[in-house]
Design a protein around this ligand. Structure first.
Ligand SMILES: *Cc1c(COP(=O)(O)O)cnc(C)c1O
Length: 397
């Protein structure tokens, strides 16, 4: 058999994730693999947990990366917290809320769905109504940043309502962590999960999670075993926490993805160097510059201004433009990846991500220049020069 090494083409990633990975993070993955029970690795893990607590703004002892992508972070929260028969209010305003419902069903729970339009935030009043109608609900689950539409929900208010009704909360922060203000402790979130490849700008494949004491108490008091062996926190913690709050011996559960964890550690060191609040601010400033440029191109964002995410911009495809053909041209000619619409928004929007290391001025200018000329080639009257000038002005250049 004749085989050759794979050389990925150089790309600029401005879709819904993965985002561009910083060279420092890529370099970290190439460091020598050591044993996952090596004391030096254990020390790195402890630092990693501390860095994750910084990013999540929490003191939760149970804060760690699950060895699998964001979807496994979601599944970890649901399989551990939902017991057969538990009623769970699931707010759905896009693709990922739908997956939460599926997770409740598979964990043996009973989902009660609160629906909102795709492209809108979750409506707190609808949640309040559902909780009044279902006083026996145990949990409330929602997506903070709906990557499928670009809508940001008011997590603080939703959690406050859930807690007032005595429910624990599961919050999807896959796209919000590192990109939008997220205050796990101050808002009282019980279980939160994220992904490494979105605003943390790490390689894909890891899912940071954090559980409050209240959530952990529900997990340890379960009367039935968790329906997943791999994701059962009662077992995983023997490795990630060891006994005796991290000082005891770590026991083998699965082989940790050693080099991927180096990468996450480096990405979080970079986040700490920048400062989490500065990272939120950078995402916001760059979003405003992209928006100014898109608007000069005659393009509109589909999410109402007050509910918009900075890191994921859903742009309405202008009439007469073939959205898939435009994306293909961006990739072929400019090596630029942007995302397609999903579900209810398929064929109607492009999703332009400004996540993590992708959220920088040169990417905005590349995207506006490339999109402007592709649209012009396809017959749309787009003024690329005006778009670049508008973005530059917003960036203060
Ligand atoms: C990307 C994403 C996920 C899933 O993460 P994977 O790493 O693709 O498994 C879940 N929720 C939201 C909101 C996401 O954006």
């Amino acid at each position: 058999m004749h085989a050759r090494s794979f050389q990925p083409p150089p790309r600029t990633l401005m879709g819904p994730g993965p985002a561009d990975v910083h060279p420092r993070v890529l370099a970290a993955t190439a460091r020598p693999t050591i044993g996952h029970l090596d004391p030096a690795f254990g020390a790195m893990m402890e630092e990693l947990k501390t860095l994750l607590r910084y990013a999540f703004r929490t003191e939760n002892a149970l804060t760690m990366p699950v060895s699998a992508p964001g979807s496994a972070g979601m599944e970890t929260c649901f399989v551990n917290l939902v017991e057969p028969g538990d009623k769970v209010i699931v707010c759905i305003n896009g693709v990922f809320g739908g997956r939460m419902r599926e997770n409740v069903l598979r964990a043996g729970g009973e989902p009660v769905v609160v629906e909102d339009d795709w492209g809108r935030a979750v409506d707190p009043e609808k949640l309040e109504d559902a909780l009044n109608a279902h006083p026996d609900a145990k949990l409330v689950a929602f997506v903070h940043a709906e990557t499928s539409t670009g809508a940001c929900s008011d997590a603080k208010t939703l959690v406050e309502i859930a807690r007032r009704h005595g429910c624990l909360t599961i919050v999807d922060a896959v796209t919000s962590l590192g990109g939008s203000p997220l205050e796990v402790d101050a808002w009282g979130i019980d279980a939160v999960y994220s992904g490494s490849q979105k605003c943390l700008s790490c390689t894909p494949g890891l899912a940071p999670v954090s559980l409050s004491e209240r959530a952990l108490a529900k997990v340890t008091a379960r009367s039935t075993p968790v329906r997943s062996w791999f994701l059962d926190l009662n077992l995983v913690l023997g490795y990630w926490q060891g006994t005796d709050g991290g000082k005891g011996k770590r026991s083998y559960h699965h082989t940790a993805p050693v080099n991927a964890l180096y990468a996450l550690h480096e990405a979080l060191v970079m986040l700490a160097e920048e400062g989490i609040e500065q990272a939120w601010e950078r995402h916001r400033t760059n979003h405003l510059a992209l928006r100014a440029g898109l608007s000069a191109l005659g393009l509109e964002l589909v999410v109402p201004e007050a509910e918009r995410l900075a890191q994921l911009n859903a742009v309405a495809v202008p009439g007469g433009i073939d959205e898939a053909a435009a994306r293909a041209r961006l990739l072929e000619t400019y090596s630029l990846e942007i995302g397609a619409g999903l579900g209810a928004l398929a064929g109607k929007v492009w999703r332009i991500g400004l996540m993590g290391w992708s959220s920088r001025p040169e990417n905005i200018l590349l995207c506006l220049g490339a999109l402007g000329s592709v649209l012009r080639d396809m017959g749309h009257d787009a003024d690329t020069g005006a778009a670049l000038a508008a973005a530059q002005a917003a960036l203060g250049r």
